[in-house]
Design a protein around this ligand. Structure first.
Ligand SMILES: Cc1cc2nc3c(=O)[nH]c(=O)nc-3n(C[C@H](O)[C@H](O)[C@H](O)COP(=O)(O)OP(=O)(O)OC[C@H]3O[C@@H](n4cnc5c(N)ncnc54)[C@H](O)[C@@H]3O)c2cc1C
Ligand code: FES
Ligand code: FES
Length: 1336
């Protein structure tokens, strides 16, 4: 009867608010996410799709609801990419468009991120804006620690986060306190903002010219001005009470509102999916191809959505969100004695490291338990404490213990079909009960665990301290969360150090992992289990007031978030005219549009009528013969219109790749996974993607070659090699007192630009076609499309408005994807769009080439290196792409800042069955510079001398020649090196670190310094040219176009500054809209850091031509103004448009004959010092401080250049330390999204980050004496891995191990921990995982 009553109130209409507007949707597809709805239905494209799996935060929106219990409006951030639109019923959604715009009024959150230079490519910006906005809506005056939590779920690949934090710091209470303190101390910063630059710090400069931004100019934030919550949602309960049914073609969504109704539904649909936050199910549907025809959303069922605190414990409804649990537990902790809430404390601590704020706001406790992930962070706690689970179905309720019987297998539980989890009950703790939980992951914030554990132990009172009961549960040690059974044998033993050995053995016996165990890292995970137990032992002993060796206490230190400090120093010419924009920290011209969501990226372009969406069919084997491809079932799928296959390409044209060694569509042989077999075209993307799953491909599998070693063994090499030699190496070796050999290794790095590859082809009349793309090389794209389509280039226009980050990954790779849309548009005569999903993009487009460098050094007693041989290998993947040039560029820098007279170096290109690796910021240098830094360390350690001494003795002096015989002119490397030593207080801190390491057994610190001497230029004449087009309209406004793509690096802004200076007009008179092949032809790729140099000169050239024409008018009418002069010029029939052109003086180095003495145009220099702290027990670490001195000549724009330095450094930190692409021996990429592949997040930046631009440096070789800055700073991040190595050395020394050791990049937590080699790691067998390859 109750069920019938509910049914009467049932509705099929979805009602919610977006940006204050009521949305009434009668035709709801339950498969739509909120993001799909916002972008496709409401055309609100400010909210971006970066990953679709809740891992990047680009899709963050604010959701608001009225809590009828507390009568409060609650605002929370949500990942629109995972939130089902059906779950929005009765809620209010605010998107970035809803808070402000450039056309009306900017919201301070938008203004501050833009003006603080926190938006480069801008793709992450709306998500970050919305996270900050939500925080402010909840707390008008947040604390710095709130910022830390707020941004856990947001990623940015460009900025390095520092400017975002600096901009948003100004909203905090801490900032106000700091301002007050500064005023009191008369401008001398201290405390929060102490700066290594001392009086030079930009924040201390009296003139605003010296500051990157001026907070006092920000519009004040006034919370009372925010839009109100829709009154209807507050007043009516109808939406809460309404049961809902939304029937789609494939899926039906039910929202019951009572327990009865819920149970009737589960009885009727026993295999229905219960939906909590959809954070697990959403990922399963999108990336694992799961289809769940019936979804039941019980969030409004009272019994599932309430938390009850009783005298014995807490009962939590299964649909309660993690955020709600956290806030309730925090309140309970405050109101009860400490001993009673030890479980709550463990849960709250764990929740801090559980996902990001967006996920925690919606993810339910029931979802976490029922999804049964073996690495769930909370399940070990529930299991260790024996939580009770209330299950119910129409047949009744039952209570089960969450013990070792609850999970019956991988993601399987004892819960029956038709039964649901209603609530979980946790007890309060007794006085002699101790509960601790720990988690170790690749990245601290927003990452899944490698291993986690929870310990629940009861210990009798003194003097016995006997273990009365003990339960330890682990995640990450089996296919389910498991309880250690053997550990129970500790019952009766005393809680003392002697017990530990016994415990370790019991854990090792219990926690076996085979070499094939999913996740790999077998030895590491087993040692972690012991390390975490040891930490718990100390924790509890401390609570018991046991006497602990003070050095051991460091095992309890935590890497708790600290307020970051920073300083930026840039020289300013005091005599510069105020009107001269060069050298000023002018805000990125697109920043405001990006911050308001108005900036249009390729996928944001409005849909054309009849537009088709293309989904690609990929190979699923790394090496195989294709036997058949059957698309017939895919074509039967609804909304599918057409397809593209190899036969759609004219005979002989199915060839691409620089060396013609790739195919658009694989026809016979597969040489890597994620090669493209063809594509399916449908009217909507969802249908196209689903249809692809019905394509049937049969293969005959062949043995793949995956790693460099396998390629060497099988002689699988591309024929070309890069070689350089000079002097007489053999003779010098024979005369050298010391000879050493070594190896250095760097891994694969994914570009992880925030905007995935996106292309749109629009056929026009006759054969004309327009291509819109997110790509770094529009002219080359035009060129290859002309060949593919068999038409002349003049009929193809390729346009790039902006690119959401590229870093080299949208250079060559993009051509192929442009080819697919062009082919499909030609075939169908309809516009065709292709936007890669994050997983396709990561698994198919290649990344940074892994390198293995083997070297031999000959040196004297002073450490002067006289000779070196290098044999270097890179993993190219299945085709050559740019690998030769990557190797050549890397090899030419393989001595970095060292001048070594005798060299013999060779670079070989390994051909493997992996996706083709390609250009990536630094282009081989980050890999070989790393090897060079290893070399000097080897020498220093062998001779037991100071590294600084060895670095100095080998460092370039003015006029020294590189290994390809080019003299280094204006050599500033020594200046950078010495200045960074001083700025960082290197020697003093090294001393302090030694003291620290002496007194801390489990925490060690290290500090180290690196340099980079980076040759700028393609080294290839035809690529050293650029063009520009200046159009002046009658109102005096200027439209500037040049050859360089804006992808976040601030190129358009710098070019506008150049034009502004030459034309003598304000920058706001100049606009750049896009780059396009119909404006400036035959441009070179926007790459190799040279775009400002080349395009800047071309822009200057064009503007000078205009000036020449205007000169007579100006001299005749000196008192007129620009607009008047332009009008006069028009009246006098003077052309107001000009093209500009520039080509750099030629280079002459020939790689084949090895003759010539110029490969690069000039050199950029830099040095950095980094200090880190490592946790020897877990391999975790934190950068404490980084100081950089970078030579950028006379900076065109210090804000942009510092942004490039910081962003490059953090990306380099990812490469050297954090980012690990996990690949299985059969060539499958296992880390295909932000969930598994970890780029640095907000929490990973140095606690103190000081960047100084070298003063008094100029560069006659580039525009206005500036220097390239895009790539070189990335290399400086190797200071972090070498500092980590120093810390590990200290740990090893403590363990009596003095010998040299190798630390490969990335120095992951696993590598750090295992390199520390202590009594725990020695207990585990060094099992080699067969689940993944160790190195690519
Ligand atoms: C970006 C990201 C980060 C993450 N980080 C972490 C992390 O750090 N630690 C961690 O442990 N997990 C993490 N997860 C996993 C996931 O978020 C959690 O497991 C979350 O708690 C799942 O809750 P949900 O409500 O979203 O589940 P849903 O996706 O809604 O449901 C998950 C499963 O539980 C079932 N279910 C839900 N409620 C019930 C019920 N009442 N009765 C029966 N079955 C039910 C569903 O049918 C489904 O099978 C992360 C996920 C993402 C996307
Ligand atoms: S797109 Fe939603 S989190 Fe990445
Ligand atoms: S500005 Fe953040 S990803 Fe580009």
């Amino acid at each position: 009867m109750a069920f019938m009553k509910q049914r009467n109130r049932e509705s099929e209409t979805l009602v919610f608010y977006v940006n204050g507007k009521k949305i009434i949707e009668n035709v709801v597809n339950p498969e739509w996410t909120l993001l799909v709805y916002l972008r496709n239905k409401l055309s609100l494209c400010g909210t971006k799709l970066g990953c679709g799996e809740g891992g990047c935060g680009a899709c963050t929106v604010m959701v608001s609801k009225y809590d009828r219990n507390t009568q409060e409006i609650i605002h929370y951030p949500v990942n629109a990419c995972l939130a089902p639109v059906c779950s929005m019923h009765g809620l209010a959604v605010t998107t970035v468009e809803g808070i402000g715009s450039t056309k009306t009024k900017l919201h301070p959150v938008q203004e501050r991120i833009a003006k603080a230079h926190g938006s480069q490519c801008g793709f992450c910006t709306p998500g970050i804006v919305m996270s900050m906005y939500t925080l402010l809506r909840n707390q008008g005056k947040p604390k710095m620690e709130d910022l830390d939590v707020t941004f856990q779920g947001n990623l940015c690949r460009c900025t390095g986060y520092r400017p975002i934090i600096e901009g948003y710091k100004t909203f905090t209470e801490d900032w106000e306190v700091m301002q007050a303190t500064n005023e009191i101390s008369n401008g001398k910063v201290n405390g929060l903002n102490g700066c290594a630059m001392g009086d030079k710090c930009c924040k201390l400069q009296p003139s605003d010219d010296n500051k990157l931004f001026v907070p006092s100019k920000f519009v004040p934030y006034d919370k009372s001005q925010e839009p109100i919550f829709p009154p209807e949602l507050k007043l009516t309960t109808v939406y809460d009470m309404q049961s809902l049914v939304f029937k789609g073609n494939n899926v039906t969504w039910y929202k019951p509102t009572s327990m009865d109704e819920l149970l009737q539904l589960t009885q009727k649909y026993p295999t229905a999916k219960i939906i909590g936050g959809n954070t697990e199910v959403g990922v399963e549907v999108k990336f694992k191809g799961q289809l769940y025809p019936v979804l039941i959303y019980p969030s409004h069922v009272k019994e599932l959505s309430q938390i009850e605190v009783t005298t014995h414990g807490i009962s939590i409804g299964a649909a309660v969100t993690l955020d709600k649990i956290e806030s309730t537990f925090k309140t309970v902790i405050k109101t009860k004695p400490e001993w009673e809430t030890r479980i709550c404390q463990a849960v709250v601590e764990m929740l801090h490291w559980f996902a990001g704020k967006q996920i925690r706001s919606v993810a339910s406790i029931g979802g976490n338990i029922m999804t049964g992930s073996p690495i769930s962070d909370l399940n070990p706690i529930w299991m260790a404490i024996g939580a009770r689970l209330h299950l119910c179905s129409v047949s009744g309720t039952r209570t089960v213990l969450m013990d070792e019987h609850f999970y019956t297998g991988y993601r399987k539980t004892i819960v029956n079909p038709g039964e649901i989890l209603q609530a979980i009950e946790i007890p309060f703790t007794h006085q002699n009960q101790y509960v601790f939980a720990h988690k170790q992951s690749r990245r601290r914030d927003d990452d899944i665990a490698i291993v986690n554990c929870a310990v629940n132990v009861c210990i009798s009172k003194s003097p016995e301290y006997k273990i009365e009961d003990i339960n330890i549960a682990f995640g990450g040690m089996a296919a389910t969360t498991i309880l250690s059974k053997k550990i129970k044998q500790l019952i009766g033993q005393r809680w003392e150090e002697k017990m530990l050995e016994n415990a370790y053995q019991l854990l090792l016996d219990d926690l076996q992992l085979s070499e094939a165990a999913p996740g790999g890292m077998v030895a590491y995970r087993r040692s972690l289990a012991m390390s975490l137990f040891f930490r718990t032992y100390l924790n509890i002993s401390k609570q018991l007031n046991h006497c602990i060796d003070s050095r051991n206490l460091s095992a309890l230190d935590k890497f708790t978030p600290k307020t970051p400090k920073s300083s930026q120093y840039f020289p300013v010419d005091k005599n510069q005219l105020g009107s001269d924009p060069i050298g000023r920290p002018i805000v990125h011209t697109n920043a405001l549009n990006q911050a308001t969501g108005e900036a249009v990226y390729t996928d944001d372009m409005p849909r054309y009528e009849h537009e088709l969406q293309l989904a690609l069919i990929y190979t699923k084997k790394a090496h195989a013969k294709i036997l058949s491809v059957d698309i017939s079932n895919a074509l039967k799928h609804p909304n599918v219109i057409d397809y593209v296959l190899p036969e759609d390409i004219p005979e002989g044209l199915n060839i691409c790749g620089i060396f013609g060694d790739e195919e658009y569509f694989r026809a016979n042989l597969v040489t890597s996974q994620y090669q493209v077999l063809g594509g399916i075209l449908a009217t909507d993307l969802l249908s196209a993607r689903k249809a692809v799953n019905f394509v049937n491909v049969t293969y005959e599998e062949l043995k793949p070659i995956i790693t460099i070693e396998e390629a060497i063994e099988n002689n699988s090499m591309f024929t070309f090699e890069a070689k350089l030699d000079r002097g007489d190496v053999a003779k010098t070796f024979s005369n050298c007192k010391h000879i050493l050999s070594g190896e250095a290794r760097t891994g694969y790095q994914e570009h992880f630009y925030m905007e995935p590859h996106a292309y749109l082809a629009v056929p026009r009349e006759a054969e004309e076609i327009e291509i819109y793309c997110a790509n770094q090389e529009h002219a080359q794209t035009q060129e290859i499309l002309a060949k593919l389509l068999g038409i002349k280039q003049h009929k193809i226009v390729v346009k790039v408005k902006r690119v959401g980050g590229a870093f080299g990954g949208k250079e060559m790779v993009g051509r192929k994807y442009a080819g697919y849309v062009a082919l499909a548009a030609k075939k169908t005569k309809r516009p065709v769009r292709l936007v890669l999903e994050r997983d396709e993009d990561m698994a198919g487009t290649g990344g940074r080439n892994p390198f293995l460098v083997k070297y031999k050094l000959g040196f004297d007693d002073n450490g002067r290196i006289h000779a070196v041989t290098v044999e270097s290998y890179l993993n190219a993947g299945h085709s050559a792409d740019q690998s030769f040039w990557v190797m050549a560029h890397g090899l030419s820098h393989c001595t970095n800042s060292m001048c070594i007279p005798n060299v013999d170096v060779v670079g070989k290109i390994c051909k493997t069955n992996l996706p083709t690796n390609t250009s990536f910021r630094g282009f081989g240098n980050p890999q070989t510079n790393f090897a060079a830094e290893c070399m000097i360390r080897d020498v220093a350690e062998y001779l037991k001398k100071d590294l600084i001494e060895i670095a100095r003795i080998n460092m370039y002096n003015e006029g020294d020649r590189t290994i390809y015989n080019q003299p280094i002119i204006n050599c500033n490397i020594r200046r950078c090196f010495e200045e960074v030593l001083v700025n960082s207080d290197f020697y003093k801190r090294k001393q302090e670190i030694e003291e620290y390491n002496k007194v801390n057994r489990w925490r060690k610190r290290g500090i180290d310094i690196v340099t980079t001497t980076y040759g700028i230029g393609y080294g290839y004449d035809s690529f050293q040219q650029a063009g520009a087009l200046v159009l002046i309209y009658k109102d005096g406004s200027v439209l500037l176009t040049h050859g360089g793509v804006e992808m976040g690096q601030g190129l358009h802004t710098k070019m506008i500054q150049v034009a502004s200076k030459v034309l003598g007009i304000p920058i706001d008179m100049i606009h750049t809209s896009e780059v396009s092949t119909d404006k400036v032809p035959n441009t070179i790729p926007t790459a190799a850091s040279v775009s400002s140099d080349l395009n800047g000169m071309a822009v200057k050239n064009a503007c000078e031509k205009i000036n020449e024409r205007l000169e007579p008018i100006k001299s005749k009418n000196p008192n007129d103004h620009w607009e008047k002069w332009i009008q006069t010029a028009f009246d006098q029939r003077i052309s107001l448009s000009a093209t500009g052109f520039y080509c750099e003086p030629p280079v002459n180095f020939d790689w084949f004959t090895k003759t010539g003495d110029k490969l690069h145009n000039y050199y950029s220099f830099g040095a950095s010092v980094t200090e880190v702290e490592i946790d020897c027990l877990t391999g975790d670490h934190k950068i404490l401080r980084t100081d950089i001195v970078m030579d950028v000549g006379n900076s065109l724009n210090p804000a942009i250049d510092i942004g490039q330095i910081e962003g490059g450094f953090i990306q380099g930190y990812g490469m050297y330390v954090m980012e690990e692409m996990v690949v299985s021996p059969d060539g499958t990429f296992l880390t295909k999204g932000p969930g598994a592949y970890k780029i640095p997040g907000f929490g990973d930046i140095p606690i103190e980050f000081n960047v100084a631009l070298l003063a008094n440096s100029s560069n006659p070789k580039a525009v206005y004496s500036s220097k390239a800055v895009g790539e070189p700073p990335l290399i400086l991040a190797s200071s972090a891995i070498f500092a980590i190595r120093e810390a590990i050395k200290a740990a090893r020394k403590e363990n009596g191990i003095e010998e040299n050791f190798r630390l490969n990049a990335p120095a992951t937590a696993e590598r750090i921990r295992m390199a520390c080699e202590d009594h725990l790691t020695k207990k585990v067998d060094p099992i080699k995982s067969t689940w993944r390859v160790e190195h690519l």
